[in-house]
Design a protein around this ligand. Structure first.
Ligand code: TYD
Length: 133
């Protein structure tokens, strides 16, 4: 069983020089899986709560490449923790079977998400009571 102790922040390599910054997201290295899917959430405002699900198989890394958001994670022992994402070179690693709520999006928030699985609605657990059973 995964717990919130398996959730961790990942510092991505930043190859900055006088021309600006370059953060690298490379599967199998700092990202602890091979990447099969990339999506990004933008245009959500401070009143919105997204996520509200766990995934049976997928792992994720979430990176607020612009702006900020918060992520509340909950495990099946009901431990919970809130992470603030506000840096383009810091990711939040989430293993499978961790409940996640994303909220408090800044107006300019672009939340980039990489995953090791293609999208499959059948592996989403969207009922919190079912998740806790
Ligand atoms: P949803 O899971 O509600 O997004 P979030 O976790 O950010 O709140 O997804 C919204 C819709 O988009 C839903 O109909 C499923 C679909 N979707 C895909 O088709 N592919 C994807 O990779 C994702 C993340 C969602």
């Amino acid at each position: 069983m995964t717990t919130i102790h398996d959730v961790r922040m990942i510092t991505l390599p930043e190859l900055g020089d006088e021309r600006g910054n370059l953060a690298v997201i490379e599967g199998g290295g700092d990202i602890p899986f091979e990447i099969r899917r990339v999506f990004y959430i933008h245009g959500s405002d401070a009143s919105v709560i997204r996520g509200r699900h766990a995934n049976k198989r997928s792992s994720f890394v979430l990176i607020n490449i612009t702006g900020s958001s918060k992520v509340k994670v909950i495990d099946q022992d009901a431990n919970e923790q809130v992470f603030v994402l506000d840096k383009a070179h810091i990711g939040l690693y989430l293993p499978p079977m961790i409940w996640k709520d994303m909220y408090d999006f800044s107006p300019d928030s672009v939340l980039l998400v990489v995953s090791d699985e293609h999208y499959d609605d059948a592996e989403y657990v969207r009922d919190f009571a079912e998740f806790m059973r």
